[in-house]
Design a protein around this ligand. Structure first.
Ligand code: ADP
Ligand code: ADP
Ligand code: ZN
Ligand code: ZN
Length: 860
């Protein structure tokens, strides 16, 4: 039923009382929040919901907990800063399930995060079928991450890496001086190796392919490491002379072959980017011994239901549950063989029954949360943040903790409305077990199920940070300042339904055929150009595979636009490299007289929620390019001209103008023994980032540091006459980011904020048309109000002659698109086909589509 919780319906054992919270933008907030309830924190993006739920409540719970553990153990936690708050009482211990982009280690997998792999190994160890004569193996022997289990040939990686002449010397027409040996370390170190070869008399100025094989082999593969005198900067002839004269060398250099360097760096470096760099010079093939299964032969010889443990780890959890189900009753499974065997080994049957029952119970929760298409072996870096959070949530549901507060960040992210019901069930189970749930959420279906709402706002940033309402949902109806209420109560505004707009006609079609990747098999899809399309479907149906992988790969290749260098997540990268490449093609022949193929697409842009930069050196003003204009204005002032300061002087990344003490960062790192390092404002510039001389120059009475401290709104008013600065600022205001400060560092921005900054930057460039914009769940992290603003901007792009294709779950947004492609019908192998494609009102009628009923409800 759609009824909201009313006064007098709440049961609680008491309240968490917050007094004087001032974290980030919170305005000295005092609020009482019930325990043992599903509490949803709402408000526009940037209003301060996370600052209250995570930055204050969770951070304080963690701080109290950590006070009780040893300093050594404390270091193992990702510690939150101590929150700015006067007092909190009634606060139980807290567990945070946050959306993390990038995950601990590449070797963590669905099986390890859920701990299901541990139980499965126990099952194989204790209840597996052993070949005659083989002794029993411990559970660890079934893990590729232990010495007992790992295949000795590939150390448990499943692949073997080799450095070959071809992989290390990609272009053999180059000479050594021209860096034929691409695998050599970069910069100085590489030159050093070349100079050593010069001393040793090797020819570094002949194309690689014309060198004798003996020399090539020695240079690439030798295990010798001779140390010789090096004369830096001398030509080969001069070097010969110098050696003859026994001149004092620049230094003694030690040679090491390219293979040695590559393999050693790969095996030992701690830096993910180094590892990625050298991996490029290796070829990997499936391990011939374990055939990619990563385990010792002894372990692979043990079977359960006729399968080795790797085979089981690779099947979708759904199938695994089916496989184990027959054993839950009496541990015997099905079939006459199995029955007689169980009769002969009753103890084994008991063990099998126990472990199978436990595994099945835990699998059920995962299946309920819509994760049945995942396999245990799937590595966590390949999961979306939403999938990972639900995986961790499912693990908690079975953990039988009670009296805990779970703090969750948009658990509905990545969930089709059909899957949201199951999510609500999982939350209800945690609550029924005696826990409290504090959830930051934008999805109206979740907010409607809340026992209690804390609405934060009214606006974002400085304009927000107040608690507008804290109470049972029905009471929010009367809070006029709240943006949330307009979406929650249908009768208050028609906002829950997409505004009617005449559907646009496609200007052409981009047809893809023969698509094979993940769960898509020889699929054919047509994307309309010049309109806005949404790709929908239950989670795991193949939307991201189709849009973020296949479409982006194929169009990128056709445009000669290499896939943008992905930011390196620590350790994550290598696992991704092994993913199978896309099979498929763009269909170029014209049909229906329309312009087909790539003719309507001149450029492709992905607008995602990845951070815009990882260092405080990148910020809103630098990323959007508007800071260049601001610096020019400062350089043009009479003061600056008199002192001969150019625009570079006003960059905190350039030595002449910045504060030298902190190198322009504005803060310095303070190392604390046993605790994570903390940042403190720079004592010299007090956080201004510039030196005193630079700060003496003013534009309209403000110095450059004061300008960086302005919000976008203030700066827009301040620079109103300066078109080149005011225009980008205006676009930022239009995407709802007027509250951000110009100097706000990239590291302090949320994913939703980063996404809108990228979009604003794009909007300034738009106008030419012919650009394909690809977005994956653009409304994640956005309040409905912000989602509406985003749609307005995207519509502007389409009206200017561009194409927008997005993966999306919010039906209000889907209903506002011109075209919908519904993928499914189910997840994993039960999905991967186009169930329906057409205008929203047509797809809403498709009988086989699980999206249809929800879409229908959103169409007015
Ligand atoms: P919400 O969760 O409602 O989207 P947040 O609590 O994340 O909002 O942010 C509230 C305000 O605090 C925003 O203006 C945001 O830019 C700012 N903010 C968030 N994180 C930080 C941080 N680490 N340092 C400084 N400001 C921050
Ligand atoms: P959606 O975006 O609709 O949620 P995905 O495209 O992410 O679905 O997934 C479709 C199927 O492909 C699922 O069975 C999923 O497990 C699988 N899959 C997705 N990404 C990978 C990957 N990197 N490696 C292996 N399987 C993957
Ligand atoms: Zn192996
Ligand atoms: Zn400084």
């Amino acid at each position: 039923d759609g009824r909201l919780r009313r006064e007098g319906e709440l049961q609680t054992s008491g309240y968490v009382r917050v007094r004087g919270a001032r974290e980030h933008n919170l305005k000295n907030v005092s609020v009482d929040i019930p325990r043992d309830a599903l509490v949803v924190f709402t408000g526009v993006s940037g209003s301060g919901k996370s600052s209250l739920a995570f930055g204050t409540l969770y951070a304080e719970a963690q701080r109290r907990y950590l006070e009780s553990v040893s300093p050594y153990a404390r270091r193992l936690f990702h510690q939150m800063p101590v929150p700015e708050v006067d007092d909190i009482d009634g606060l139980p211990p807290a567990v945070a399930l946050q959306q993390q982009r990038g995950t601990p280690t590449a070797r963590s997998s669905v099986g390890s995060v859920s701990t299901l792999s541990n139980s499965l190994r126990m099952l194989y160890s204790r209840a597996g079928d052993y070949p005659p004569g083989q002794g029993i193996l411990y559970a660890e022997s079934f893990s590729p991450n232990t010495a007992e289990g790992a295949c000795p040939e590939c150390s448990g990686l499943g692949r073997v890496y080799q450095a070959t002449e071809q992989s290390m010397v990609p272009d053999d027409s180059l000479t050594i001086r021209e860096r034929a040996v691409a695998a050599w370390p970069p910069a100085w170190h590489g030159q050093n190796l070349r100079d050593i070869l010069v001393t040793m008399g090797y020819d570094v100025d002949t194309p690689w392919r014309d060198l004798p094989k003996k020399d090539r082999d020695w240079i690439l593969f030798t295990d010798e490491t001779p140390t010789v005198p090096v004369y830096a900067g001398l030509t080969p002839d001069e070097t010969k002379q110098a050696l003859k004269r026994k001149d004092t060398p620049s230094y003694q250099g030690t040679f090491s072959s390219a293979r040695r360097y590559v393999l050693q760096t790969f095996a030992t470096t701690e830096s993910a980017s180094m590892k990625k760099r050298v991996a490029r010079y290796m070829v990997s093939t499936e391990c011939p011994l374990c055939r990619g299964k990563r385990l010792r032969q002894e372990a692979l010889a043990i079977t359960f239901a006729g399968l080795d443990i790797t085979e089981v780890s690779r099947m979708p959890l759904e199938r695994l549950a089916d496989l184990l189900q027959p054993y839950v009753k009496d541990g015997a499974g099905t079939g006459a063989d199995a029955r007689s065997r169980a009769a002969a080994h009753p103890e084994q049957a008991i063990v099998t029954q126990r472990i199978a029952a436990d595994l099945c119970a835990r699998l059920t929760v995962l299946l309920d949360l819509g994760l049945g298409y995942l396999a245990l072996e799937r590595s966590t870096p390949t999961l979306s943040p939403g999938e990972l959070q639900r995986l961790r949530l499912a693990t908690q549901v079975r953990s039988s903790l009670f009296g805990v507060v779970y703090v969750l960040d948009e658990p509905s992210a990545g969930l089709h409305p059909a899957d949201t019901e199951a999510l609500l069930d999982a939350l209800a189970r945690l609550k029924a077990a005696g826990n409290s749930l504090f959830v930051v959420e934008h999805a109206l279906d979740v907010i409607r199920k809340a026992d209690w709402i804390v609405d934060v706002g009214p606006q974002a940033g400085e304009g927000g940070g107040k608690v507008l309402y804290s109470g049972v949902p029905e009471g929010l109806r009367d809070v006029e300042a709240s943006h949330t209420r307009r979406y929650l109560f249908d009768d208050l505004q028609d906002a829950a339904h997409a505004p009617a707009r005449a559907a646009r006609e496609p200007t052409g079609w981009l047809r893809l055929a023969g698509i094979t990747r993940n769960n898509l098999h020889d699929l054919e899809v047509a994307f309309p150009l010049g309109v806005m399309s949404a790709v929908t479907g239950v989670s795991g149906s193949g939307k991201s595979t189709l849009v973020s992988q296949v479409l982006v790969d194929l169009v990128g290749a056709a445009l000669g636009q290499a896939a943008p260098e992905e930011e390196v997540e620590e350790g994550a990268e290598l696992e991704r490299e092994d993913i199978v490449p896309t099979l498929g093609r763009i269909v170029h022949d014209a049909r229906d007289g329309a312009q087909d193929g790539m003719r309507g697409v001149r450029r492709m842009v992905r607008v995602d929620q990845k951070p815009i930069g990882r260092t405080p050196r990148s910020n809103l003003a630098t990323y959007t390019g508007l800071f260049d204009q601001v610096r020019k204005l400062f350089a043009a002032t009479p003061q600056a001209k008199k002192r001969r300061y150019d625009a570079g002087r006003f960059s905190f990344n350039v030595a002449k103008g910045r504060c030298e003490h902190c190198a322009g960062e504005g803060f310095v790192m303070v190392e604390l023994l046993f605790l994570p390092s903390v940042y403190a404002p720079c004592p010299t510039c007090e956080g201004a980032r510039y030196n005193a001389d630079t700060l003496a120059v003013t534009f309209k009475d403000k110095n450059i540091a004061e300008v960086l401290g302005m919000t976008v709104d203030d700066a827009h008013a301040f620079f109103l006459e300066e078109e080149a600065v005011a225009r980008p600022l205006q676009v930022l205001r239009e995407v709802g980011l007027g509250y951000l400060r110009l100097g706000q560092s990239a590291t302090e921005l949320s994913g939703g904020e980063a996404q809108r900054i990228k979009l604003a930057t794009e909007l300034q460039r738009a106008g030419r048309g012919g650009t394909l914009y690809v977005l994956d769940e653009p409304t994640t992290g956005l309040h409905p109000v912000d989602a509406d603003r985003l749609m307005a901007q995207l519509n502007r792009l389409v009206d200017a002659g561009n194409t927008v294709i997005m993966v999306e779950h919010t039906m209000r947004v889907v209903a506002g698109c011109d075209w919908v492609i519904d993928i499914g019908p189910g997840a994993g192998e039960a999905g991967g086909t186009v169930v329906a494609a057409g205008a929203p009102h047509e797809v809403a009628k498709a009988a086989a589509s699980r999206t249809a009923p929800y879409l229908k409800a959103s169409l007015s």
